[in-house]
Design a protein around this ligand. Sequence first.
Ligand code: 13P
Ligand code: SF4
Length: 301
Amino acid sequence: WPVFADDIDAILTLKRQRNAVILAHNYQTPEIYHCVADLVGDSLALARLAQTTEADIIVLAGVHFMAETAKLLNPEKTVLIPDQEAGCSLAESITAEDVRGLRALHPGAPVVTYVNTSAAVKAESDICCTSGNARKVVESLGVKRVIMIPDEFLARNIAAETDVEIITWKGRCEVHERFTAADVRDVREAHPGVIVLAHPECPPEVVKEADFSGSTAVMSDFISSRKPPRVALLTECSMSDNIAVGNPEVEFVRPCNLCPHMKRITLKNIRQALEHNRHEVTIDPAIAGKARRAVERMLAI
Ligand code: 13P
Ligand code: SF4
């Protein structure tokens, strides 16, 4: 990939000089994921990895809530996000005030908050979850009823797996909400024998039609361990590109949707982040302590 070589060399040098690590989400483009990232994973893995790194600087190649989570867990370190506009439709869908309103409507129900939220929303929550541990988190609370925010589809998909009653919100992932049950049927018809994996942010009728559902890391493990001859991943497009490299015997059928927020991160702005220390993530100390407790409570499970 000669077109990327200059930026890749510069990033590798800057990382050494500055004692920096790059944590990259599974939806980053392959030149980031394979050539400059030190650690890759789903949202849960990135939170865990952020907790253990000894670097002075963390560059989060992902979206803003992921960088905020890394900062919550590493208040003493410099955490950089290469593009501050890398947001998320789920994080945008709810405010701290909305959470207070939900609590008032459903007194006594604990609030389980998807990590795809702002630190201010996390600070109003009892515990966080990711798509990789949502059911475990809900059931760990030992209650009959929880408020699970902000992803309506994730909440409904978890509700289908547990006896705990789940009250939810109206947030949607703009990438996964676009998949339909008809897409699954079309893929099966066009590619006989295909195994369909759907992210739990997809609508419940899509998850129901799929063969398997799990977080991006769970999908990746499924493919590496079972090596199905043909798969379709109903998720963000870079996911198949990234894991196809380690699974050359698997055919990836690609009905996918791009996340415009994830795609804001590029080799160019990662390089600039390391060169100019930008954009540094800061969190209001008035909310940081409470938000950190909700994330740490999740990580302790
Ligand atoms: P996971 O990688 O945790 O499955 O999350 C997917 C996602 O949409 C992150 O933005
Ligand atoms: Fe948010 Fe969906 Fe993009 Fe993930 S894929 S960052 S949930 S909009």
